[in-house]
Design a protein around this ligand. Structure first.
Ligand code: FAD
Length: 485
C-alpha cells in the first residue's frame, strides 16, 4: 500500500501557510454568554455532513468559533456516502471546488494530488463515493472542526432571552445545551424523511424499504425485487440488488420515457448561484417547477450498471396502483399487469412536511411554507414537495406563519435541501456549497453582531490603548495667540 501521509502532511502545511497569509481564522469576537450555569454556544449545527462542515468552517474562519456540530452517526459515517449511497462514483465532476471556501489547498483535487500525484488525478474518471467520504473526513480534521458524534438532537425549544434549548441524547443519556443560533444541516431527508407512497404505508415493513433505508441486500439473493422510480437512487439500488444476486429486478417507472437531460446542470453559472435568491418568488417557483417536471436523469453509468444484467427489466408508463400482500409475497398492481414480487425498494424521493421529524415538532407547525400565502396557482403546479417547502429568509432562517408566534425561528437556519426553492441549490449539492456556507455565515455574523451592539459599543468606548504617546507633536496654537497680542 502507498504511504500517502507525507503528501498530506505537506498539503496541511500549505493550508496552514495559506490561512496565515489571509490572516485566517479571524480573531474570536463574539462576547461569551452563560445560561443556567452553562456556556451558551454561539451556533449549534444539527448534522456534520458536508453542509454542516462547510458552514461551521466558514464561521470559524470568520472568528465565530464557539460552535459545535452534533451528528447522530458514528465518526466518519455522516451523510449518505458510506451508508445508503449505493452508486459507485459521484455524479459530480472531479474538478469541482466543492466545500473549499475559496482555499485551493482545501479542494478535493489538492487532497487527491497530494497523495497520488497529478498524473493519477488526470487518469481518475469520477470520484469513488468512499473516496469522497475520506476527503470529508480529512477536511474535518484539517480544519479541526468540533464535531460530537453519536449524539442525536431530539428536541428544540425556545429558552427565552433569545436562546434556543437543544436536547441531546447519547449513550450517556440526555442533556440540554443552549445556543443563540441553530443550523439544521440535516441533509436530504432532513426535514421530512423519505416520501413513501400510500400503497406502501399500508404494506407490512418486511416487504419494502425506502431507498435511503439500511437494506440487507444479501437477503435479496434469488428474490423477485421491484424498484419504483427512475432517478439515480432507483438505478443504484436496483444495481446493488442485482449484484447481490437478486433473482430478478423489475423497475416500474411512471413516466412514458426516461428523463435524458440534466437541465439545471446545463445553465449552471455564478449567475444562477447568486441570482436565484434575488428572483421574484414566482420566478423561483417557475425554475424549480420546470426542473421537477423535466426530472433529473439517472447517470448513464448507473443505468448501464442495471441494464447489463439479463434479469433486469425496465417498464415505462407503468405506475404502481396498489400493493397487496399474498402470504409470503406481494402483488404489485399496475395498469398493464400485476407483478408478483418478494420485495419493493421505493426510490421515491424525500418530503418536506416535517411530520417525520419528532425533534422539530415543537416549532414545525409555526414555520411559514410556500403554501402559506406565497404560492399562487399562476406560479405553476402545486407539487406537494414544493408548496410544503419552508419559505426562508436571507440566511436560510425560518419565518413565522403567524408573526410573533415563534420568535426563535428567526435564529433557526434551514441549511439543507429544503432550502432549494427559496435559495437555489446552495445547501445540498457539491457545486455551490461554499457560496451557500458564505451566505449562512454572513447572516449569522450580522445577527450576532447587531444583537450585541450595546456590548460592542461599550467595548468601543472602553478601548484605550494609545497609538500616539502625546510626545509626537507640539501644539502651535498658543504661539498664534502670542502673535495676535
Ligand atoms: C445517494 C446520494 C448521492 C448523492 N450524490 C451527489 C453527487 O454526486 N453530487 C452532488 O453534488 N450531490 C450529491 N448528493 C447530494 C448531496 O451532496 C448530499 O446529499 C450531501 O450528503 C449533502 O450534505 P448534507 O450535509 O446536507 O447532508 P448529509 O450528508 O446527509 O448529512 C446530514 C447529517 O445530519 C445528521 N442528522 C440528521 N438529523 C439529526 C439529528 N436529529 N441529530 C443529529 N444528527 C442528525 C445525519 O446523521 C447526517 O450525518 C447525493 C445525495 C445522495 C443521497
Amino acid at each position: 500500500m502507498t504511504d500517502t501521509s507525507s503528501g498530506l502532511a505537506a498539503l496541511e502545511a500549505r493550508l496552514a501557510k495559506d490561512l496565515s497569509l489571509l490572516e485566517l481564522p479571524s480573531k474570536s469576537w463574539v462576547p461569551p454568554r452563560e445560561h443556567d450555569g452553562q456556556r451558551v454556544r454561539d451556533v449549534i449545527f444539527v448534522g456534520a455532513g458536508m453542509c454542516g462542515l462547510a458552514g461551521a468552517a466558514r464561521l470559524k474562519l470568520s472568528g465565530v468559533d464557539n460552535v459545535l456540530l452534533y451528528d447522530a452517526a458514528p465518526k466518519g459515517l455522516e451523510g449518505p456516502w458510506d451508508t445508503f449511497a449505493r452508486m459507485k462514483t459521484l455524479r459530480s465532476p472531479k474538478t469541482l471546488a466543492g466545500p473549499c471556501l475559496g482555499l485551493p489547498a482545501l479542494t478535493f483535487r489538492a487532497w487527491f494530488e497530494a497523495q497520488w500525484g497529478d498524473a493519477a488525478f488526470d487518469e481518475l474518471d469520477k470520484i469513488p463515493k468512499g473516496m469522497w467520504m475520506d476527503y470529508l473526513r480529512w477536511y474535518r480534521d484539517a480544519l479541526d472542526l468540533p464535531v460530537v458524534n453519536e449524539t442525536r438532537v431530539t428536541s428544540v425549544t425556545d429558552a427565552g432571552d433569545d436562546l434556543i434549548a437543544v436536547v441531546l441524547e447519547d449513550a450517556g443519556g440526555r442533556r440540554t445545551e443552549y445556543c443563540r443560533h441553530l443550523v439544521l444541516a440535516t441533509g436530504r431527508s432532513g426535514l421530512g424523511g423519505g416520501a413513501v407512497p400510500g400503497f406502501l404505508q399500508k404494506t407490512d415493513r418486511r416487504f419494502w424499504a425506502h431507498s435511503a433505508d439500511e437494506i440487507d441486500f444479501a437477503a435479496l439473493k434469488g428474490k423477485r425485487v421491484i424498484v419504483i422510480g427512475a432517478g439515480a437512487s432507483a438505478m443504484d439500488n436496483a444495481a446493488t440488488a442485482l449484484e447481490a444476486g437478486a433473482g430478478s429486478v423489475d423497475m416500474l417507472i411512471r413516466r412514458k420515457d426516461m428523463p435524458r437531460v440534466n437541465k439545471m446542470t446545463g445553465i449552471s453559472s455564478q449567475g444562477v448561484v447568486h441570482g436565484i435568491r434575488a428572483l421574484p418568488d414566482a420566478w423561483k417557483f417557475r425554475f424549480n417547477d420546470y426542473v421537477n417536471s423535466q426530472q433529473v436523469p439517472p447517470p448513464r453509468s448507473s443505468t448501464l450498471r442495471v441494464t447489463r444484467h439479463p434479469n433486469a427489466r425496465t417498464f415505462l408508463g407503468c405506475p404502481v396502483e396498489d400493493v397487496t400482500e399474498a402470504g409470503d409475497h406481494i402483488v404489485v398492481k399496475t395498469p398493464h399487469a400485476a407483478f408478483e414480487a418478494d420485495f419493493i425498494i421505493a426510490a421515491t424521493g424525500f418530503r418536506n412536511d416535517f411530520t417525520g421529524r419528532p425533534e422539530f415538532a415543537s416549532f414545525a407547525g409555526q414555520i411559514k411554507t410556500w403554501k402559506d400565502g406565497v404560492y399562487q396557482p399562476s406560479m405553476g403546479r402545486a407539487v406537494p414537495f414544493m408548496v410544503d417547502a419552508p419559505y426562508l429568509g436571507d440566511s436560510y432562517e425560518f419565518l413565522e406563519k403567524e408573526p410573533g408566534s415563534c420568535p426563535m425561528l428567526a435564529r433557526i437556519h434551514c441549511f439543507n435541501d429544503a432550502a432549494m426553492l427559496s435559495h437555489g441549490k446552495l445547501s445540498g449539492d457539491i457545486p455551490a456549497i461554499s457560496a451557500g456556507a458564505d451566505r449562512l455565515m454572513r447572516g449569522i455574523v450580522q445577527e450576532l453582531f447587531t444583537a450585541d451592539a450595546v456590548i460592542h459599543y461599550a467595548g468601543l468606548q472602553a478601548y484605550n490603548t494609545p497609538e500616539l504617546q502625546g510626545d509626537e507633536w507640539v501644539d502651535a496654537t498658543p504661539s498664534l495667540m502670542e502673535t495676535a497680542k
